[in-house]
Design a protein around this ligand. Sequence first.
Ligand code: F3S
Length: 426
Amino acid sequence: MRLADDEKAMLDGAEGPAVAAAMDLLVRYGEALDCERLCDVRNVAGTMTQPSPAKARLVEEGGWHKAYAVINLDCDDDIEIPDMRVPTCQLQQGFGPDAEGVVPYPKEMIQLQSDAESFYGRRGVNILATCTPYQVGNIPVRGEHCAWMESSAVVYANSVLGARTNCEGTASTGAASLTGKVPCWGNHHAENRYGTHLIDVRVPVADPMDWGMLGYFAGGLVQDQRPVVVGDLSRPDLLELKHFGAAAASSGGVEMYHIPGITPEAPAVADAFGPHPVPAAVPYGPAERRGVYDDLNSQGAGTDVDFVLLGCPHASLDQIRQAARSLDGRRLADGTQLWMMVPRSLKAVADRSGYTEIIERSGARVLGDSCPAMSRAAPAGTRVFATDSAKQAHYLPAILGIEAWFGSMDDCIDAALTGRWRGELP
Ligand code: F3S
């Protein structure tokens, strides 16, 4: 790999041992990919504060410097971690203090995470604590090179914002934060961003549930390639694009898609494929839609619902408001819990707007920072859960060994109020 002068200097220790370790990691990573060079990044979304028993042991041994060295830099040396060199944010993490007494999640992990927030916050990590940094102030511009983790955020950054990022990991984002560099491969290059498959939508797709199902279909079809979606589509909003991308990144490994007229690089279908011919279209019609719905509900058997999960990816203000409207003046069924996962900074707005109070008066909870899949935690005794997220329906049954129902937000709130699943494909 060719290194620029500033990169060589960092590698040789001119900026201290932590930056040298970070550069060493990036060089190893780049060489493993046959990557020719690094690119400059000024926007890193990674994970420093997420607690774990392994992290607790490292902190006990050598403090937070040690934990960062081992987990975020793959380095066993005793080094001091300096300030982040470029703007860096923390993605979703474990549950926080607002979950105490609600979520069966170890108190020690909540405390460990609070300590981590203090340590890394002082070093310049913005504790956004959400899988949707683009909802709370981290909005890269078109063409901006970034180093982001979290598949649902990466696909949004590439496809909706036109930024350029691969799906990075804990160590590569840790190293990028201290150097402002990341290997320049994959989605950083225009030639790797063109569409590979054309999907022709022949059934109306006009609400978040349908956008989620279409995303799930697209990911299953193209796996880690790049779908271009045309046809009977409403103009999607942030919520619908959030559901579409998260689902496509779950059933497949989609990091980039094109919706002509939405994706900045694709004003028209031909732009999405660039120099390549437009391939034959794969239809998405009523039969395919029904197939996706049945697939997402294949893990549901019992209709008594113990737990309802909304807000995956973390909810927008519109979703919080919609939930408040639906729950206003009503009570959840005995024995059924509803959690809505949100970015904590949006919860502050929901609190001020009165939405949180309405939701929590019904018995539901608005929680920040994490989610059941990320923290492997659901209400004690949950056997059957319901969600409006294709991503959570895809992952949670395998993670927690529980049954899942997938449907609209209205279906899910009905399940929370009645304790029964009555959702059907409209
Ligand atoms: Fe976010 Fe958890 Fe879903 S981290 S995207 S709410 S699986």
